[in-house]
Design a protein around this ligand. Structure first.
Ligand SMILES: [Zn+2]
Length: 353
């Protein structure tokens, strides 16, 4: 497996050649300084042998199989590492989230993988489909990666190392703010200035602060391992190979610096340079008969004034109660009991540390 990888330097191609599984984990040393380990299908761990600079970085993509740009971006970082064009200074775990869906070019196979973390995969009806198995496996590899770092299994809190997890996505629809990040619920802890500055430097100047625990991948890493973790949306979905990668140049540059530099030098935090929102509510679908009043192609972050009717859940109108609410991720087709819409209000001055 590693022989094939080192010949092609193409971890995505290797992953898609056997989307349903590798036989064994395999490991090798690259150029005497970096350990390369294929842990499982779509899971590649890269660790510097000599230095250890105290960061454990997870970069995941393809949790939704048709969100191709982040997959291409991560595959290109991997290629440059394997080619020895760049050399990592920190431990890095690359995850292709949902290989069978990437193989099919579809968002999901049976179920939305990004609703199955924090143990949701094993809740009734249990491990009945590929996404549920994959969520469980990804959780195990995240845990193993963070805890196997030098000093990573120490139970003292806070941990001495910095744990990061950037879960990279692209959105189904266009957005007023093309790139945005979701900051998982912090259980009352302030937001991290350095993380907001990193996102800004990577071209992401719009951030949603989530208001409750979720079953997303980023919340899992943040909540269970104290990671600075984000769901990052990088613009609209295009088929594999049809992305204009120049749109992701800032993210590519900053991720490269993150994994190859000792420390990042970022500008001072200035909230006026961001569009910051908090989730005012999450609309959960209650009835089969469900529709939005706005057009299918309405952009994420479109704002509606108080009193506007956003849609109908069965007979019940969904009415804007704040002075203004912006909408994000509307999806009328989700199953009953799942989130069909997030509503946002501005949060111009969040508490930061
Ligand atoms: Zn996605």
């Amino acid at each position: 497996m590693l022989k094939t990888l080192m010949a092609s330097k193409d971890f995505l191609a290797l992953t898609l050649a056997c989307p349903d599984g590798f036989e064994q984990p395999e490991s090798m040393i690259l150029a005497g300084h970096t350990r390369i380990s294929i842990e499982a299908t779509g899971i590649l761990r890269i660790e510097p042998l000599a230095e250890d600079n105290g960061k454990d970085i997870i970069l995941s993509s393809g949790v939704h199989g048709n969100e191709t740009a982040p997959i291409e971006l991560c595959n290109s970082l991997i290629r440059r590492i394997l080619n020895e064009d760049i050399r990592v200074k920190h431990r890095v775990l690359f995850l292709f989230g949902n290989p069978p869906a990437i193989f099919n070019g579809t968002r999901i196979v049976d179920e939305n993988l990004n609703r199955l973390f924090s143990g949701e995969h094993s809740q009734a009806p249990g491990l009945i489909n590929p996404e549920r198995h994959r969520a469980k496996l990804l959780e195990q590899h995240v845990e193993a990666f963070y805890l196997s770092a030098p000093g990573g299994d120490a139970t003292d809190s806070p941990i001495a190392r910095q744990r990061l997890h950037y879960d990279l996505h692209t959105a189904i629809r266009g957005a007023t703010y093309d790139k945005f990040a979701i900051y998982p619920f912090r259980h009352g802890r302030p937001y991290r200035r350095d993380q907001l500055c990193f996102l800004h430097s990577a071209g992401v100047n719009c951030v949603l602060f989530h208001h409750e625990p979720t079953t997303t991948f980023s919340y899992f890493s943040a909540n269970e391992f104290g990671a600075d973790a984000f769901t990052i949306e990088l613009g609209k979905v295009f088929p594999m190979g049809q992305n204009d990668m120049s749109r992701f140049a800032a993210m590519d540059r900053q991720l490269t610096r993150l994994i190859t530099d000792d420390a990042l030098h970022l500008p001072e935090y200035d909230p006026s340079q961001f569009h910051l929102f908090r989730v005012s509510r999450s609309v959960v679908k209650q009835h089969d008969e469900f529709s939005f009043t706005f057009a299918n192609d309405v952009k994420n972050f479109t704002a509606f004034a108080r009193g506007s009717v956003l849609g109908y859940d069965g007979e019940n109108p969904i009415v804007v109660e704040a002075e203004q609410e912006a909408i994000v991720f509307p999806n009328a087709k989700v199953p009953i009991g799942q989130r069909t819409l997030l509503c946002l209000v501005p949060e111009p001055a969040p508490e930061v540390m």
